[in-house]
Design a protein around this ligand. Structure first.
Ligand code: DC
Length: 228
């Protein structure tokens, strides 16, 4: 049995994984790992280099130049440091969502990041969110949850998040981006977004954040109590 507890939270874009996972991790005193931010950082590097998300040769050529550090500062935010530069804010744009989804379909990128994610779980109690955590990254995770919600609810939440940040976006565009990203993440050949056979499915379309957090903590308590 592993020494540390790992909570794998997978699900489609905009289901609220990061909000929920961050809160659950804080309340339990676990490390929160947002793996989407790692793919976004790779996507950001490729766009700086002028490399498109489908340019496999270009991505393979440049992937070894990507040096990513995750810095956990007192503000509780997972800071992403790319080759010495803090890119935490720069990766949170609709453009970088598309870049991340594109580069994430490349096997060299997934291989490159696998070890980084696994080593965090080997050394800490973690709540890790992403698309393939319960299926590929941590198939032996103590707890697996698949967090989902309807595309309309997810687009509405993402729209409100972006407009609150002052971004000028249309709801229809956000909805189309979410649906396209789901398709791309679910239909790629390597490590597609899918629910692990042994995951608990939590549909949060009709639930408040507090309700999802409470539900998630109940699932974790139940599973972790049988973990030694
Ligand atoms: O969770 P997010 O929206 O920040 O993720 C951005 C993209 O990264 C997402 O569309 C797919 C990819 N991703 C992935 O393929 N595997 C993960 N474990 C996390 C994210």
């Amino acid at each position: 049995m592993d020494k540390f507890i790992s909570v794998a939270i997978d699900g489609p874009a905009g289901a609220g994984k990061s909000t929920i996972a961050r809160r659950v991790a804080r309340e339990l005193g676990y490390l929160y790992v947002d793996t989407g931010a790692i793919y976004r950082t790779v996507g950001y590097h490729m766009s700086l280099m002028g490399i498109g998300p489908k340019d496999r040769d270009g991505i393979e050529r440049c992937i070894d130049d990507v040096n990513i550090q995750i810095d956990y500062q007192d503000d509780g935010i997972q800071h992403m440091i790319l080759n010495g530069q803090d890119v935490t804010e720069l990766i949170r744009t609709p453009e970088m969502s598309k870049m991340a989804s594109g580069v994430a379909a490349q096997s060299c990128v997934r291989d490159y990041l696998l070890d980084m994610q696994r080593s965090l779980a080997r050394t800490h109690n973690v709540v890790m969110d992403g698309r393939d955590i319960g299926t590929v990254v941590l198939p032996q995770a103590t707890v697996k949850v698949f967090l989902t919600a309807s595309a309309e609810v997810r687009a509405d939440r993402r729209f409100k998040e972006l407009t609150a940040k002052g971004e000028q976006v249309k709801y229809e565009d956000v909805y189309v981006d979410i649906v396209k990203r789901d398709e791309q993440d679910m239909n790629r050949k390597i490590a597609p977004l899918k629910c692990a056979d042994d995951a608990e499915v939590l549909d949060c379309s009709q639930l408040s954040i507090d309700q999802v957090v409470a539900e998630m903590k109940a699932i974790i308590r139940k599973k972790a109590s049988s973990h030694e």
